[in-house]
Ligand binder design. Structure first.
Ligand code: SGN
Ligand code: CA
Length: 498
């Protein structure tokens, strides 16, 4: 009897030991402002992202991945904490400060035996906590020869292109980690953030492509005061000098950081674009459309380096025998407008910025080539990681693990969104709800208006149905749904605005 008990105990111990060994490693690749419309796996006919597509092909692609607050710092804070902005305190880039002492998936993973690291763009103001190693860009950082903030607070300038350098730092950390323990590494890329400065190797990659204008490129914003009031249009906001590198006061600001070889290649390229531009003597719509073409070329050239470096991450995992026991998640901090509504930038609860590219490879758990239409959010990343690591999900986390969602094929019925920033790009604060078919948005502060969309009939969101005859019932239903989500997530400020 005693011997049987001992044997059983030994078996259990062994099982527990091998379970501990089997905790999956985690790599999260987090890009900045990378639109799903710019990814071939999402159906882009013009963009080539073979390495991002690899993650989709070998795992699951989420066709309905969304963010709770479409802007950089806030999205990162949501990913870290698994909580909405009003709970984690980081509501906007302008006025918020991330309180690093709060709980996060990184701290929970550390407590469960993981080594954790964050490299690259961080953009939360305060120093990272919960990471055994970090090396981050100050604020937005620079594309060329960027500075990095080291763990002792000193700054180090690195020669090269940000996307390559961030991957180098990530690989260096992987090389020297303790390989007897599982790891969680976040690779935070600066690409494809404004002002879209490509690597010199990629400058002319898309020169021969003519980009089709999105159907609502010439949106007139009728019946939508917040969309009318924004300052993020290609026509009016996007500048020829700063954004598109044509001659002018703010032309090619970052060449100041470049070395002679970088500057020579960069200037040679944009000088020839500028000469052609000057010959064309454009105005009106022709000028706006020229800007759009240039914007797309620079943006996708930046994305090419991003994709190539994601390929390096995947190759590293393959070459070091880590592929089968490593979860890889790719997502952007939010989506981005590539000319839809005539815009660049993000912020609005309209699909292009509310949605974000999201995909996940998890060998042995997720069937390669899976597609998911479940409504999932960046809020769900933290609980998903904790479940995969076999760790308890703290009740204060508001997201839900995606793993059971993948098994059932069904996510939430409705999603809650709240955007706060009231500054750069003049987008009115707003909150709202999206269901399978409808979206109800309440703008406040800068604009005071409601919007209602039937996404089935109007996927481009140009026809605001709020207040229209015949929509009373659905409006009441959505308001009830919105109220219930606001109460569930305890967004007391929004509750006063219903
Ligand atoms: C900067 C950009 C904006 C951008 C915000 C937020 N202007 O202010 O266009 O919306 O960052 O971006 S720039 O002149 O500095 O390029 S975020 O990704 O950090 O949220
Ligand atoms: Ca961003």
């Amino acid at each position: 009897m005693k011997r049987t008990a001992l044997l059983l105990f030994c078996c259990l111990l062994q099982a527990a030991f091998s379970f501990a060994q089997q905790k999956p490693n985690i790599v999260i690749i987090l890009s900045d402002d990378h639109a799903f419309q710019a990814i071939s796996a999402y159906g882009s006919k013009v963009a080539h992202t073979p390495n991002i597509d690899r993650i989709a092909q070998q795992g699951v692609i989420f066709n309905r991945g969304y963010v709770t607050n479409s802007i950089c710092g806030p999205s990162r804070a949501v990913i870290l904490t698994g909580k909405y902005s009003h709970k984690n305190g980081f509501k906007d880039n302008d006025n918020s400060r991330f309180e690093g002492s709060q709980d996060s998936f990184a701290k929970q993973l550390q407590q469960n035996g993981y080594q954790t690291a964050w490299v690259g763009k961080w953009h939360l103001g305060t120093k990272p906590q919960g990471f055994d190693f970090w090396q981050i860009l100050p604020g937005q950082g620079n594309y060329y020869n960027p500075d990095f903030i080291m763990m002792d607070s000193s700054k180090e300038r690195r020669e090269g292109y940000a996307t390559n350098l961030i991957e180098d730092i990530a690989e260096d950390w992987l090389d020297q980690r303790d390989s007897s323990r599982p790891f969680c590494l976040v690779i935070g890329h600066k690409a494809t953030h404004r002002a879209w400065e490509p690597d010199t190797a990629d400058l002319n990659l898309y020169d021969n492509v003519q980009f089709p204008l999105p159907h609502n490129f010439y949106d007139n914003y009728a019946n939508r005061p917040a969309a009318t009031g924004q300052d993020m249009s290609i026509e009016k906001t996007m500048t020829l000098d700063y954004d598109l590198k044509m001659p002018g006061k703010n032309s090619r600001g970052n060449t100041a950081r470049m070395n002679a070889a970088q500057k020579a290649r960069y200037n040679a390229y944009y000088d020839s674009v500028a000469a052609d531009f000057s010959r064309r003597d454009l105005s009106g719509n022709a000028l706006t459309e020229w800007k759009y073409q240039r914007y797309m070329r620079d943006y996708l050239a930046c994305a090419a380096s991003l994709d190539r470096n994601i390929g390096r991450t995947l190759d590293y995992l393959d070459q070091h025998g880590l592929r089968d026991n490593t979860i890889v998640i790719y997502l952007s901090d939010q989506g981005f407008y590539l000319g839809e509504h005539g815009w660049f930038d993000k912020r609005f609860m309209y699909e292009e910025s509310f949605r974000t590219p999201m995909m996940m490879r998890y060998p042995g758990v997720i069937k390669p080539g899976s597609q998911s239409d479940a409504m999932v959010m960046n809020l769900d990343i933290a609980p998903t990681l904790l479940e995969a690591a076999g760790a308890a999900i703290p009740p204060a986390m508001q997201g839900q693990s995606i793993l059971p969602v993948l098994k059932k094929g069904k996510g939430r019925e409705a999603m809650y969104y709240h955007y706060y920033e009231n500054g750069t790009h003049s987008v009115s604060p707003h909150f709202g709800v999206r269901t399978e078919r409808y979206k109800l948005i309440r703008f406040y502060e800068r604009s005071d208006a409601w919007e209602l969309y039937d996404l089935k009939k109007d996927p481009r969101e140009v026809n605001n149905l709020f207040g229209r005859k015949g929509y009373e019932k659905i409006t009441a239903k959505l308001k009830a749904e919105l109220t219930s989500l606001i109460r569930r997530y305890e967004d007391t400020q929004a509750e006063t605005l219903l």
